[in-house]
Design a binder for this molecule. Structure first.
Ligand code: IPE
Ligand code: IPE
Ligand code: MG
Length: 244
């Protein structure tokens, strides 16, 4: 199946079900997160092999701080550990890393912050695949931040050029105030593990995205799931409000 023919540029994934996978195996929840690494690297390789331009994955939400300190600590450790161990390999494969979310949050360990900044810098000229990690990400926070940025711009420019912030300007440029303006809206959203909700993920960007809710738990996710998703996508008609 050819992504170009299907005009698919961006796939976003809510990687869910790690905890349930671990519980099913009689393991600690954290073992489920560790097992999810394999699915993530397979997904990246699939994206590279199929010339996907953008792949976005939900790694940690602004609500995930509610989990036990042990699980939160593990997730912080795990996210930096993956970067330390794997970024060189993906850098060589032409992956550009991007991180979206409230990355200045003081609850995020300094080491994670440093690694994320470094990784973005090291890979910034890579062209093969844009990989976006949504980390300490929540759409509400993203939209509130954007609103503050608009208000600040308004405050600074009001006297000289009030025309800058007309209704039209905001409609056309609002995207530029979001975390990653150059990121196109996803064509497909996949959520694993059977939950049918968005959990504060890309609420602004998913306005016309095709939603795919699948039962596979994230650590079991693989090529077959991508295949099924594309089969489903082929039969959908994206109308964008038209009467077709
Ligand atoms: C998703 O798996 C990973 C993160 C939220 C970091 P979960 O940990 O939510 O797995 P379930 O939903 O409890 O099975
Ligand atoms: C969404 O999954 C967040 C990530 C996958 C990182 P959750 O498991 O946190 O979502 P809810 O709590 O089931 O809505
Ligand atoms: Mg979950």
């Amino acid at each position: 199946m050819n992504l170009e023919e299907l005009d698919i540029k961006h796939i976003a994934i809510i990687m869910d079900g790690n905890g349930r996978w671990a519980t099913e195996q009689g393991l600690d929840r954290t073992a489920g997160h560790a097992a999810g690494e394999h699915s993530l690297s397979k997904a990246i390789d699939w994206a590279l092999d199929n010339n996907l331009e953008w792949l976005t994955v939900y790694a940690f939400s602004t609500e995930n701080w509610k989990r036990s300190p042990e699980e939160v600590d593990f997730l912080m450790f795990f996210n930096r550990d993956i970067l330390t161990r794997r970024r060189e390999e993906f850098h060589e494969k032409g992956v550009r890393f991007n991180f979206i979310g409230d990355l200045k949050d003081e609850r995020i360990p300094e080491e994670n912050k440093k690694l994320m900044k470094e990784t973005e810098l090291i890979t910034k000229n890579n062209k093969k695949l844009n990989l976006v990690f949504a980390f300490n990400y929540g759409s509400h926070k993203e939209i509130h931040t954007a609103a503050r940025r608009v208000a600040l711009g308004h405050y600074f420019y009001l006297k000289v050029s009030a025309w800058l912030f007309t209704k039209k300007h905001v409609e056309e440029n609002f995207k530029n105030y979001l975390y990653l303006p150059e990121m196109p809206n996803p064509d497909i959203l996949i959520r694993t593990a059977g939950e049918k909700r968005l959990s504060n993920f890309l609420l602004y960007q998913l306005s016309y995205t095709e939603l795919m809710f699948i039962d596979t738990l994230w650590p079991d996710f693989g090529e077959d799931d991508f295949y099924n998703v594309l089969e489903d996508y082929k039969n959908r008609i994206r109308k964008y409000g038209n009467a077709r």
